[in-house]
Write a protein that binds this ligand. Structure first.
Ligand SMILES: NC(=O)c1ccc[n+]([C@@H]2O[C@H](COP(=O)([O-])OP(=O)(O)OC[C@H]3O[C@@H](n4cnc5c(N)ncnc54)[C@H](O)[C@@H]3O)[C@@H](O)[C@H]2O)c1
Length: 321
């Protein structure tokens, strides 16, 4: 590998631009090729970051000077970009959720494992400084209940934006509250069964529910709930928050902090938060992926849980994850 890790992007939309900005500040990284099916987006990203634009990822992947790929595309578009990247033998960072259905996700996983590809999925909350300290508090304890919340507005985009179409995004549970579900799994273990109520009460020009209530059973025997809404115009204080009851105590977790009540004599200290991009680049450089907290194999379990929630909303029955 050259002195700099040479990166190609598949997708140059809003999320990709954030990663590009972070990576462009790293001395040991160079953005060499940026691809978007919308030529104007590939061009403007390349003007900003000094790379070569493409509109077809297959053409981009023919370049010899690529060390790793970022895939940041709409949920429905996953599958081919990953499989082509794997065929080319390159490590990849892919945004959450990893696919629109389990069939695509499992096909990609099987190719990842067969070809021993380093992967990192964009569950950046796992790298928060509060995570390890929270795990330390919960170690050896009996978790009784986990309640997660993701209440916010429905975001940008007009009626035709992919996010507002269930068949293209999977709705809020699959596309966005996937972060909350992923943190529930990260801190409280695997979810085995879910039951969901879903309604669209006030949002127009969208075919997704704007409120979701999910009950869940964890493999540990704990039970939990998740409430999400896209029809709340307040601040973001109610997004990605977890209440975890264990033994006779309550741990409140957010990205930035955690508290425990009643206060224990000694609380583990929060560590520094890590940049998910830095962790991925270091794994590419060293070939050691042990610091990646969300490899593809793990991330598809979060997808499975959120898809089961949507299935339950439709079937009116509990569904296995
Ligand atoms: N980790 C996070 O916190 C976070 C935050 C925001 C978005 N995301 C995720 O990032 C992904 C992208 O979201 P976004 O908000 O940037 O969407 P976006 O619509 O702004 O950008 C996606 C881009 O991908 C392009 N695209 C689609 N198919 C392509 C293909 N085959 N080849 C090349 N380009 C292609 C589209 O033209 C579009 O420009 C989604 O999965 C979303 O869930 C993650």
């Amino acid at each position: 590998m050259a002195d700099q890790v040479r990166i190609g992007f598949i997708g140059c939309g809003g999320n990709a631009r954030g990663h590009m900005a972070t990576l462009s500040k790293m001395e040991d990284v160079k953005l060499v090729a940026l691809c978007d099916v919308k030529p104007e987006l590939a061009k403007s990203a390349c003007e900003q970051f000094g790379a070569e634009p493409y509109t077809n990822h297959k053409e981009m992947l023919e370049r010899k000077d690529l060390d790793a790929i970022y895939i940041s595309i709409p949920v429905f578009a996953h599958g081919e970009p990953e499989l082509d990247t794997i065929k080319r033998g390159l490590p990849f960072f892919v945004e959450k959720p990893v696919a629109i259905n389990m069939e695509i996700a499992e096909k990609v996983l099987s190719a990842v494992e067969k070809n021993k590809i380093i992967t990192c999925v964009g569950y950046q909350l796992r790298y928060a400084g509060s995570v390890d300290a929270t795990k330390e508090v919960l170690k050896g304890k009996t978790i009784t209940m986990v309640n997660g919340k993701y209440w916010c507005n429905s975001g940008v985009g007009g009626p035709s934006f992919w996010l507002r179409q269930m068949s293209k995004s999977g709705g809020q549970l699959v596309e966005q509250a996937t972060h909350t579900v992923d943190m529930m799994r990260c801190l409280a273990g695997e979810i085995k069964e879910v039951f969901a109520y879903q309604e669209n009460r006030v949002l127009k020009d969208i075919d997704c529910p704007d409120v979701n209530v999910v009950a869940m059973k964890f493999e540990s025997g704990a039970i939990g709930s998740l409430t999400t809404s896209w029809s709340y115009e307040g601040d973001w204080d109610n997004a990605n928050v977890l209440d975890i009851l264990f033994n006779n105590s309550l741990l409140k977790w957010t990205y930035g902090d955690f508290t425990v009540k009643p206060a224990p004599e000694k609380l583990p200290e929060k560590g520094p938060s890590q940049s998910i991009d830095r962790v991925f680049i270091d794994a590419v450089k060293s070939g050691d992926d042990s610091q990646i907290r969300s490899p593809y194999r793990d991330a598809i379990k979060t997808l499975a849980a959120t898809l089961a929630m949507n299935k339950s909303g439709q079937s009116g029955k509990p569904e296995a994850c």
